[in-house]
Design a protein around this ligand. Structure first.
Ligand code: ZN
Length: 208
C-alpha cells in the first residue's frame, strides 16, 4: 500500500492507494504526457501543469510514498531483486529446516533474506504463486539507476554540467538550475520508458 498525497487548488488531500491504483495512475500519466519520477524509497511523484480559466497555469502533483519505504537499496539487495526478476520464475519453497525460502532456478535465498524481502513488501506472489517484484522494489531500482548530479560552473567555466549514474546522460546548461531541470527531464524520460515497457505479465499480476 502507498500513502497518496494529491496537491490540488484547495490544498492537499491524503489517502491510501493500492499498488494497482499506483500503476494505473502512472500509465494514465504517461498517456497524458505528465512528468513521473521514481523515488529511492520506492514511490513515485507525478507532476503536471494545468491551465486555469483565468489564463494562469497551476502546478499539480500526486506523490505516492510506500507504507514500507525502502530504507537502503544496497548493491546486494539490488542484485537479489534483479535475480528474482530476471532469472525467474521465482517460487516460495520450504528448505530442509522447514523455513520459507525463495528459490530461483538452482539458487536458494536464505530464510532471513526471504523474510526481509517479504516484510519490506518488495516481493509479492502472482495468481500462479510466482514471486514477483512489487512496484516499490521496481521504482526503488529505477531511482537508484538514475541518480543525477549537477555541477556548479567553475571559475572560467561557462556551463553547469548534469550527469546520471546510468552513464547514458550528460548535458551542459547555462546555470545550475537549468542543469537540474535537464537532469529531472532525463529521470522523467526514464520513468516514462519504465512504465511503457513493463511486461504485460507484470501489469496483469499487479492489476489482478
Ligand atoms: Zn540515467
Amino acid at each position: 500500500m502507498f500513502r497518496e498525497t494529491v496537491v490540488h487548488a484547495g490544498g492537499t488531500t491524503e489517502g491510501t492507494a493500492s499498488e494497482a491504483h499506483l500503476l494505473m495512475t502512472l500509465r494514465r500519466a504517461v498517456r497524458r504526457g505528465y512528468g513521473i519520477e521514481a523515488t529511492r524509497e520506492g514511490g513515485a511523484l507525478v507532476t503536471w501543469t494545468r491551465a486555469e480559466y483565468s489564463g494562469q497555469t497551476a502546478e499539480r502533483a500526486v506523490l505516492f510514498a510506500p507504507q514500507k519505504p525502502v530504507a537502503a537499496l544496497t548493491e546486494a539487495l539490488a542484485q537479489d531483486l534483479h535475480l528474482i526478476n530476471d532469472m525467474g520464475p521465482a517460487k516460495y519453497e520450504e528448505n530442509a529446516q522447514g523455513r520459507r525460502v525463495i528459490r530461483v532456478g538452482f539458487l536458494e535465498f536464505s530464510p532471513m533474506a526471504t523474510a526481509h524481502l517479504r516484510a519490506r513488501q518488495m516481493v509479492a506472489t502472482d495468481q500462479h504463486g510466482t514471486v514477483r517484484l512489487t512496484m516499490t522494489a521496481r521504482l526503488s531500482l529505477l531511482a537508484a539507476k538514475h541518480l543525477t548530479t549537477t555541477t556548479e560552473p567553475g571559475i572560467g567555466a561557462v556551463a553547469s554540467k548534469a550527469s546520471c549514474t546510468c552513464g547514458l546522460f550528460t548535458a551542459t546548461a547555462g546555470d545550475r538550475d537549468a542543469a537540474r531541470h535537464l537532469a529531472r527531464l532525463h529521470r522523467q524520460d526514464m520513468a516514462a520508458e519504465f512504465v511503457t515497457n513493463l511486461a504485460p505479465a507484470v501489469t496483469a499480476a499487479i492489476t489482478a
